[in-house]
Ligand binder design. Structure first.
Ligand SMILES: [Zn+2]
Length: 203
């Protein structure tokens, strides 16, 4: 028993060393990324399988995958999907397009021109300021809106895909709310879990 545990620990160490970041993209993930049209299908809680998938824990990308065409394609398609008139959102996370990886696209309302930016291997490092409730909706939870308490500022970190360096930014206000909502998706959390009230909404 002792031997097998040691062996497993050693194996994990070797696997960990061979792969900087998370495990490589699977064949199924690559097929989904490359096989979809420019607008990817958005998973919703209305579907049972989708609903279970949205509760999964997302994994980091490996350094090799961050440098790949698969990653660039996914980043581009996520922005195309969230900005498509059929969705018209302000943020989207990997699991919402069927890829359980730590990636979000967020509209930066705190930057000139409100650009969409993509952040891989993202984490919230700290949360601060007041906790204020504001209205939220989610592309994966159609027909609902809710009031959700969120921190007014956060520090996020992610890995720059070109330099592979960890980058940090302090974000405030509504953009900080979007980051909190989207990174929750990567931990299988939906805003409805945190809402202090919910109401139906027709688009
Ligand atoms: Zn959402």
């Amino acid at each position: 028993m002792r031997y097998s545990l040691t062996l497993m620990a050693l194996l994990a160490l070797v696997l960990g060393c061979s792969e900087a970041g998370g495990p490589s993209l699977t064949r199924a993930e690559k097929a989904l990324i490359e096989g979809s049209g420019p607008v990817m299908r958005v998973l919703t809680i209305a579907d049972k399988d989708d609903s279970l998938f949205l509760r999964e824990q997302s994994r980091d990308f490996s350094d090799k995958d961050l440098k790949s065409n698969n990653f660039q394609t996914l980043a581009t398609k996520m922005v195309t999907t969230v900005t498509d008139p059929s969705e018209d959102g302000v943020g989207i996370a990997g699991p919402q397009v069927g890829v359980a990886r730590r990636i979000v696209a967020v509209q930066r309302f705190d930057k000139e021109g409100d650009p969409f930016e993509v952040y891989p291997n993202i984490r919230i490092e700290s949360l601060g300021g007041e906790v204020v409730s504001g209205q939220e909706g989610c592309l994966s939870v159609p027909g609902l809106r809710g009031s959700v308490p969120r921190h007014t500022w956060i520090v996020v970190s992610w890995k720059d895909p070109s330099t592979l360096q960890t980058v940090r930014d302090t974000v405030e206000g509504f953009t900080a709310v979007i980051f909190q909502h989207e990174t929750d998706h990567l931990d299988g959390i939906l805003y409805t879990d945190k809402a202090d009230s919910l109401y139906t909404y027709s688009y």
